[in-house]
Design a protein around this ligand. Structure first.
Ligand SMILES: [Zn+2]
Length: 485
């Protein structure tokens, strides 16, 4: 209690239990030079939600629970979402899931090895992103500090569920959206859309995935659509997390992290666009050959997928979740690799016959993904090429090829189809039989019969295997009815 009182006096919060609900108070601004806005902290209710969240996220404790709840404020509209009774707990749970990602040692320490598969696939070839590796490590380190802490001057995020920008219904799957500056609270704000609450927890995705066959267990498509990953993704849009100079302030020299668009030609020659979101598209963006690091460091899902993949890797016995493969040219490769065809020339072609094609291409290009940068730069794979395999360590290329072979073993030569059996009841075959039956060939001269058969138009039309007459008579299966005089 002493701690809470201390915190209260510092933050200007009143937390006496008599009126803990719906308090409106000015609090110390974050970052320090930000304008002071109004926040609503209900320590009692938030603490209850935080404790409920611990079981949802399968997190064993959370330190000084009451203090931890102070990081997230307002929760506008969250308790009145139709059909969702525990929205606040699910929001806390997502943050707790993200904290598991934050605990990955190389992220915490900012010591990522850029030559490992996850880094190569989501952040780009190490030789091409070298100038930005230091900045990326700084972002990972910063991200890893967004854990609960008692320190009252720390970060705070305004949470909403009331969809202030009316973006939740745009597109099919918007789960959340974020700004560095909410006009009301002056704080960074994440709005959680109804889809977020239908999304699986990261812990459940992993415990289910662990028991599956390798092609599903090591598939990032199982792990990215989880509350923990959504949190990691949304945090990348906050400029003070990524040290960015964004539209709402300057927190460092990085560019604002947005949701970039990528554009390709499809196999029908049509030019199509999609958001660089989810593993396939992020892996394609990381193949961009020009100033690669400037792109992967600016796309929220490249950074977040890299971080999530590192945590998933840890959880899967230190085996990297390599699917979906985005790889070298070839025929369809189940389960997902047939969506993109990466040609040896460097062109990337979208496979219009893939079952995922319609889902993948932006159905509504006017949808705003990133509130702070509604029209992000487009990476145009129609005009320029992707990085070639030569940019990657040969060990990685060999591994990738081995993964491809695993899901798409080289085709066994097809056994030769046996010739169809002739239909001996068909008119041509009956005619052939009659002709051979009327033959003048001596009984012992099978070759004579073969020659007659080969020159008989009806026997040819019947597709009789004339040479089989040379076999012993009991092997003349289709010719059981042929009378050899
Ligand atoms: Zn985003």
């Amino acid at each position: 209690m002493f701690f809470i009182l201390l915190l209260s006096s510092v933050l200007g919060l009143s937390v006496s239990s008599a009126h803990a609900r719906a308090l409106k108070r000015d609090i110390a601004p974050f970052p320090a030079d930000a304008e002071v806005g109004t926040v609503n902290v209900d320590v009692e209710a938030q603490t209850a939600a935080y404790i409920e969240a611990l079981s949802l996220s399968e997190t064993e404790d959370g330190g000084d629970v009451e203090a931890n709840t102070i990081r997230l404020v307002n929760f506008d509209g969250c308790s009145s979402m139709p059909g969702i009774s525990n929205a606040e707990a699910q929001i806390y749970s997502g943050w707790q899931q993200a904290q598991k990602i934050m605990a990955v040692q190389s992220l915490k320490d900012g010591t990522v090895d850029f030559n490992t598969a996850g880094a190569l696939e989501y952040l780009g070839a190490a030789g091409l992103n070298a100038p930005r590796q230091g900045d990326m490590n700084t972002i990972f380190k910063n991200f890893a500090t967004l854990t609960p802490a008692w320190w009252p001057f720390g970060w705070r995020i305004h949470v909403r569920c009331d969809d202030p920008m009316v973006l939740c219904s745009c597109g099919e799957s918007k789960r959340a959206y974020t700004t560095t500056y909410d006009i009301e609270s002056k704080l960074a704000r994440i709005n959680f859309c109804p889809t977020y609450f239908k999304t699986e927890t990261l812990n459940k995705a992993i415990s289910d995935g662990k028991n599956l066959a390798n092609n599903q267990k090591f598939d990032m498509n199982r792990y990215w659509s989880t509350q923990g990953h959504i949190w990691a993704h949304e945090l990348m849009h906050i400029d003070w997390v990524t040290g960015a100079q964004g539209p709402t302030g300057r927190y460092g020299n990085n560019a604002h992290v947005t949701d970039m668009k990528i554009r390709f030609r499809d196999t029908n020659g049509r030019v199509v666009k999609t958001t660089a979101y989810e593993p396939r598209a992020a892996k394609i963006l990381a193949r961009w050959a020009f100033n690669t690091g400037d792109y992967t460091i600016r796309n929220a899902d490249n950074l977040a997928l890299f971080m999530t993949s590192q945590y998933v890797q840890e959880q899967l016995g230190n085996q990297y979740p390599q699917y979906p493969l985005v790889d070298i040219p070839g025929p369809d490769r189940p389960p997902y690799t047939d969506l993109f065809i990466l040609e040896e020339t460097g062109s990337i072609i979208l496979n219009a016959t893939s079952p995922d094609y319609e889902l993948f291409v932006d159905s509504d290009e006017s949808c705003v993904w990133d509130e702070d940068e509604p029209t992000p730069e487009l990476v145009d794979f129609t005009a320029l090429a992707a990085a070639s395999d030569q940019e990657y360590p040969s060990e990685y290329v060999d591994t990738l090829n081995a993964w491809v072979e695993e899901v798409n073993p080289p085709e066994e030569p097809e056994p030769e189809e046996p010739a169809p059996e002739p239909d001996m009841d068909s008119p041509v075959c009956i005619e052939c039989t009659n002709n051979l039956g009327a033959s003048d060939c001596p009984a012992e001269d099978l070759q004579c019969l073969v020659d007659q058969c080969n020159s008989d138009a009806s026997c040819q039309a019947c597709a009789v295997d004339c040479d089989s007459f040379l076999l012993s008579s009991d092997e003349l299966a289709p010719f059981g009815t042929v009378v050899i005089a």
